[in-house]
Write a protein that binds this ligand. Structure first.
Ligand SMILES: Nc1ncnc2c1ncn2[C@@H]1O[C@H](COP(=O)(O)OP(=O)(O)OP(=O)(O)O)[C@@H](O)[C@H]1O
Ligand code: NI
Length: 316
């Protein structure tokens, strides 16, 4: 098992100005650790605005200027500097962006997929490769000359996927690839992602659709208020009893009532001293109020909860 991506203790925050010159720090992602192996799909599941796209952008090295970021992101055992990220993005690591808005509206889709070319020979080579990959995903020749606004939702998704695959990356970060798609296109997207993993690529699938996560991923990481609170095998998410964190259990139990969608719920925005789930937790203990649990390893899974460490928080 080759580890492709290792995100370790990643935190991302923004400085907010409140009332004139008063500043406060808005922590969007806190102490996030996560890894993706070769041939594996890992889903990160979180509600809207929980920092999922920022995680993707941190991995690619395209965070907005005003974001403060700490922690390490390693690719194949090497901690990446911002320079390294620039060097390998679009090559070994590719992003399937959340929205078609990432495509240039004034450029034909094949042109932007191919990018800059050195000379006619280079263009011919890249053009034939582009056609081959587009065809693999069911995009016929007429699509090459279309502008982004001419694409349907499903076609746009395929264009974003095919474009990301042109450089044959080892790791793909797919940011919400399914919203707005009809059932058939969702099905195709799930199969396409699974196939990529079968070919040996690693995929970090960012989604708020729990059903898509369960059906596509090998492992699922649950995001709550900027923290990963549990990482577990996807099949364990079919039943609350096979999960560990009280929030994950409550989430799965509530799914039938919520039409199997993640509800926004009330996720506290402001961090507190203790466990982020303290207020809502039915199993809370004294220690949970003032001491933050770290992400404990239990077998092949991880959980951020004091219940799983005998009340002691000695692991970092
Ligand atoms: N440039 C920025 N400056 C200040 N705050 C920002 C900036 N970019 C993002 N944020 C904040 O960070 C939070 C997380 O944003 P992000 O886009 O990562 O969420 P998301 O989980 O991808 O949501 P969605 O499901 O809607 O795509 C948002 O609440 C947003 O307010
Ligand atoms: Ni997003």
């Amino acid at each position: 098992m080759v580890e492709l991506l290792d995100v370790s203790n990643l935190s991302i925050s923004f400085t907010q100005y409140v009332q004139g010159l008063q500043q406060r720090e808005l922590k969007v992602i806190s102490d996030l650790s996560l890894d993706v192996n070769e041939g594996e799909v890992v889903a990160i599941l979180g509600s809207s605005g929980s920092g999922k796209s920022l995680l993707a952008h941190a991995i690619l090295g395209i965070l907005p200027e005003n974001a403060a970021c700490s922690g390490d992101i390693s690719f194949k055992g090497k901690v990446l500097t911002e320079e390294d990220k620039k060097e390998i993005r679009g090559k070994s690591i590719c992003l399937i962006p959340q929205s078609v808005n990432y495509l240039d509206p004034l450029m034909k889709v094949s042109q932007q997929a191919i990018g800059k070319t050195k000379d006619e020979e280079d263009y011919k080579h890249k053009k034939s490769h582009q056609r081959e990959v587009f065809l693999k995903y069911g995009l016929d020749e007429s699509v090459d000359n279309m502008y982004p606004f001419e694409l349907s939702g499903g076609m746009a998704r395929k264009v974003l996927l095919s474009t990301a695959l042109l450089s044959n990356p080892e790791l793909l970060v797919a940011d919400e690839p399914t919203p707005g798609l009809d059932d058939k296109s969702v099905e195709e997207t799930i199969n396409d992602i699974k196939k990529l993993a079968e070919e040996g690529k690693g995929v970090l699938l960012i989604t708020h659709d729990i059903e898509v996560a369960i059906r596509t991923a090998n492992r699922i990481a649950i995001f709550y208020s900027g923290y990963v609170i549990e990482i577990n095998q996807a099949e364990n998410f079919k039943n609350a009893d096979t999960l560990m964190h009280p929030y994950s259990k409550a989430l799965i139990d509530s799914l039938p009532d919520n039409g199997f969608k993640l509800t926004e719920g009330t996720q506290p925005l402001n961090d507190n001293k203790g466990c982020i789930y303290y207020k809502n937790c039915l199993l809370r203990k004294d220690i949970c109020k003032d001491t933050k649990p770290s992400l404990h390893k239990i077998g092949d899974s991880k959980v951020r909860c004091h219940l799983y460490n005998g009340g002691l928080d000695d692991e970092t």
